[in-house]
Design a protein around this ligand. Structure first.
Ligand code: BV8
Length: 248
């Protein structure tokens, strides 16, 4: 297997998707019987879907909270935490995953581009985002205590970026700033476990390549955008990532 040699002048930006958590037991989105199989995206992961049926959306996210709370990081998560420990500020991890497993594995130089399953905020006022690991029973939509304290009616929503919602500009700025610094030396961009379908995350490889990055993809099978990468390592990220890097 090809390996990525990382010397003192190399900065590494990693983008992960649902495939990195698959070996921890978290269902992916687009594989057969994936998460979206049972629910049309618009219904459970869009502002319109939440406005139309907050009960259904909270049931969908409560089920995912319940499932994810039983899952642990796998060898792929651990390899990325080890790489951050070796590289320090020459490493940044941008994840599309909302399961929190990169945090559990020890990554701190982490951008959770699509939010976090275990955080909630008020859909009406500026309360939150706060940690919230509650699995709400079917038929219950959590209210916002801050709103209620003012005699208003507000409900909580998952702190997740839904389709049609903008990502946090501060997150995008942090990734861009890292890429610009990386472009001044040797810049390695690695994507792992992602079908490269969802933007703007899927556009990162194009931006990195335009800035001179060496581009790598680790994926179970070649996604539609495999051609955007110079190197493609086919396999399970939990098996490939632990031996992919040679830090010199
Ligand atoms: C926005 C939270 C604008 C929900 C998610 C161009 C530019 C900008 C936007 C767009 C654009 N074109 C279209 C859009 C709109 C849209 C979009 O991209 N749509 C797609 C479907 C075409 N984008 C948006 O709406 C974004 N917002 O751009 O807003 C804007 C600007 C200003 C003002 C207002 C609006 C928001 C996107 C975020 C959506 N939220 N998640 C939730 O999680 O509940 S996206 C969702 O898909 C997940 O986060 C997931 O991570 C993400 C991507 O999926 P993947 O992670 O890649 O997972 P997938 O299952 O697809 O693939 C897994 C891969 O792993 C597979 O290839 C499989 O083979 C592989 N694999 C499996 N096992 C393993 C493995 N690989 C290795 N090892 C294994 N063991």
């Amino acid at each position: 297997m090809e390996r990525i040699v990382v010397d003192g002048d190399t900065r590494v930006l990693v983008l992960t998707g649902a495939g990195v958590s698959a070996e921890s037991g978290i269902p992916t989105f687009r594989d057969a019987n994936g998460l979206w199989e049972n629910h049309p995206v618009e219904q459970v992961a869009s502002p319109g879907g939440f406005a139309a049926d907050p009960l259904l959306v909270w049931r969908f996210y409560s089920q995912r909270r319940e499932g994810a709370s039983r899952c642990r990081p796998n060898g792929g998560h651990e390899a990325l935490a080890k790489l951050e420990a070796a590289l320090g500020d020459r490493f940044l991890l941008a994840t599309q995953n909302v399961d929190g497993l990169h945090r559990d594995a020890g990554n701190t130089r982490l951008v959770e581009m699509h939010g976090n399953l275990f955080m909630s905020r008020c859909a009406m006022c500026d309360y939150g985002p706060e940690e919230d690991r509650t699995v709400y029973p079917a038929g219950e939509v959590p209210g916002c205590a801050a709103c209620h304290g003012r005699g208003e009616f507000g409900i909580l929503r998952p702190h997740i970026v839904w389709f049609g919602e903008a990502l946090d500009p501060a997150d995008l700025y942090r990734i861009e700033a890292f890429m610009r610094a990386a472009a001044r030396g040797r810049f390695v961009f690695l994507a792992a476990g992602t079908s490269g379908v969802v933007y703007p995350a899927a556009g990162l490889v194009d931006r990195a390549r335009a800035m001179g990055a060496e581009t790598w993809l680790v994926n179970l099978d070649p996604p539609d955008n495999v051609g955007a990468f110079e190197h493609f390592v086919r396999g399970r990220s939990g098996e490939v990532l632990p031996t992919l890097f040679d830090v010199v």
